[in-house]
Write a protein that binds this ligand. Structure first.
Ligand SMILES: Cc1ncc(COP(=O)(O)O)c(C=O)c1O
Length: 427
């Protein structure tokens, strides 16, 4: 039987991890292969000239797809079976109508943001955010007449709402709109949380034409521990390079949301060309089969390691989302919004850069590298690497001090990792 669209057994809704083994793929279209073969092809043969015409009409939006009509395969910048199966499966986790995969997380973020903006518009974003995202906002968007304003991720909801209202007013005075509110939560590298439901509720009170899109980078906790679309976001964004890919062997990104908004993002992907390649999509299908057990195991190890470090004499604070050191507001957001704390967190050591570097240089199992979410554990120094282009004042404001190291906990034995940290920190 062909069960590729089976989502329920009787009344029982099937869990995402179950659907990752077969959803969206018909083995009998591929000689019965249990796994989707790799469609390593640039283009697809049309059965007739009429088919080619019909496929392009739909792909280029010249007419709507018929109720039972599938979008024919055309060209791998537009569509490809590996991408389509991956997109169907990614959409399952986030409950999205439509998902699109990109060559990198930054390709997904830039396509989403550019698809929403016109010259004169403004984007409001929560800071800190991933360095590449802030670079796009502060240095690239202004070249195209789009302004970007940061708002502190740690500010109270009322202050963030006031910043939104102010940005709407000033953009309108200058003849533009606030096109998007862009949120990274938890924020990299401090794990500061932003109240998504609170922001979404405010945005819904605005009249349709003045309502900016709420875009959320869910790379740190998604798709297991946080579901932005269910909290009212319009678009959710991922660096699939991290937990979803999960093996530090690929680079990719995704954007998901309502079909209507995703149509604009899709136009941007097709024309600017930042599409994921078939081989990477194929690797991601493999990764999705183990996503839940990988993320759960990494998170339970991270919680154990964070607890151990909290009692260490060389450690000042451990920055897990909504953790014991967080203020009451952050704890309340965590309780409402997150189903888990993930496996990437900051550790503030006693001392400054010299002590942080000495500890990093002594690590034997943790590898010194940026990025996160892979099977192997990584350690980095945000102030001198991923966030090195922040001004001293911005680093101070966002809590990125020289004594902060960031750990991404992988799948090794957690007690081996604790032993590594203990020998690196000394007593
Ligand atoms: C939170 C976050 N978003 C986006 C990105 C960009 O992703 P990519 O490197 O896949 O372009 C990163 C990369 O580190 C990240 O940490």
């Amino acid at each position: 039987m062909n069960d590729q669209h089976l989502r329920k057994l009787g009344e029982r809704a099937l869990a995402p991890e179950t659907l990752m083994m077969g959803f969206g793929y018909d083995p009998f279209l591929s000689e019965g292969a249990i796994k989707p073969p790799l469609f390593q092809t640039s283009t697809f043969v049309f059965r007739s000239a009429e088919d080619g015409k019909r496929f392009f009409e739909v792909a280029y939006g010249l007419r709507d797809k018929g109720p039972d009509e599938a979008l024919g395969l055309i060209y791998s910048r537009i569509n490809n079976p590996n991408l389509e199966i991956l997109e169907d499966r990614l959409a399952v986790w986030d409950g999205a109508e439509k998902a699109l995969v990109f060559s990198t997380g930054m390709a997904a973020i830039s396509a989403a943001v550019l698809s929403a903006c016109r010259p004169g518009d403004v984007v409001l974003y929560t800071a800190p955010a991933y360095g590449g995202t802030e670079y796009l906002f502060d240095r690239i968007l202004p070249r195209y007449g789009v302004g970007a304003r940061p708002v502190d991720a740690a500010a109270p909801l009322e202050a963030q709402i006031a910043a939104i209202d102010e940005a709407i007013r000033t953009a309108a005075d200058a003849g533009g709109r606030l096109a998007a509110v862009y949120v990274e939560t938890p924020a990299n590298p401090t794990n500061t949380l932003v109240d998504l439901a609170g922001l979404a509720a405010h945005l819904k009170t605005l009249p349709g034409e003045a309502r900016p899109l709420l875009m959320v980078d869910n790379t740190f906790l998604g798709p297991l521990w946080q579901k932005p679309l269910q909290l009212g976001a319009d678009l959710v964004l991922y660096s699939l390079t991290k937990y979803v890919g999960g093996h530090s062997d690929l680079i990719a990104g995704a954007c998901m949301g309502r079909a209507e908004v995703m149509a604009q993002v899709g136009e941007m992907r097709t024309i600017c060309g930042g599409v994921c390649d078939a081989h990477t999509a194929w690797l991601l299908l493999r990764s999705l089969e183990t996503l839940k057990i990988r993320m759960e195991r990494a998170a339970s190890s991270a919680a154990r390691i964070a607890d151990h470090l909290r009692g260490h004499p060389r450690v000042q604070r451990v920055l897990t989302p909504g953790g014991p050191e967080a203020d009451e507001r952050q704890k309340a957001i965590f309780a409402r919004q997150c189903a888990g704390a993930g496996a990437t967190f900051g550790v503030e050591l006693a001392g400054g850069e010299a002590e942080a570097f000495a500890a990093l240089n002594r690590l034997r199992l943790f590898k010194l590298a940026v990025s996160l979410g892979g099977t192997e554990s990584l350690a980095s120094h945000p102030s001198s690497t991923t966030h090195s282009d922040y001004s001293t004042e911005a680093k101070r404001r966002c809590g990125i001090d020289d004594n902060l190291i960031r750990l991404s906990v992988g799948l090794e034995d957690p007690y081996d990792l604790i032993a590594d940290l203990d020998q690196a920190l000394g007593s």
